[in-house]
Design a protein. Sequence first.
Length: 171
Amino acid sequence: MVWTWIFEPFYGLLRVPLSWFGLPSPNWLSDVNWALPAIIIVSIWSGLGYDMVIFLAGLQGVPREFHEAAYVDGASGWKAFRHITLPLLSPTTFFLTITSVITAFKTFDIVSVMTGGGPLNSSNVYIHYVYQNAFRWFRMGYASALAVVFFIIILIITIIQFRISRRWVYY
């Protein structure tokens, strides 16, 4: 509900920084071209804190001895990051990629509260479409088939990630 107020075109909080640059505030939630970008902004913002905490935990798991050895060998900060930190963060990146893709696909609550899938289905995401078929139009068989397709898509993405992760380094 707070985001609905932030995106309100006449009294919303986002209108102020846009006016600093002389830009008009669009009808974020009632314009076909702006509804989905508004949903994307809210979805990214809502998951950003979780992702940062997980990355911070992954960074704290990187042994300092590796960085110290790299600096003694003459590696710069960028090379130490690229060749030590990033490979050691690969399990964390793998986990967050899978969970972020699943979260992106199941962005139901934000769409339901902010736009209800409208205007003209421009912000209707896959899971909201499954919900509409099951509980608004009572097409349970079709909604079940859509849910199975959703499972297969997530499974394929996860398998691809597992195959890519075979070449990652684990210490």
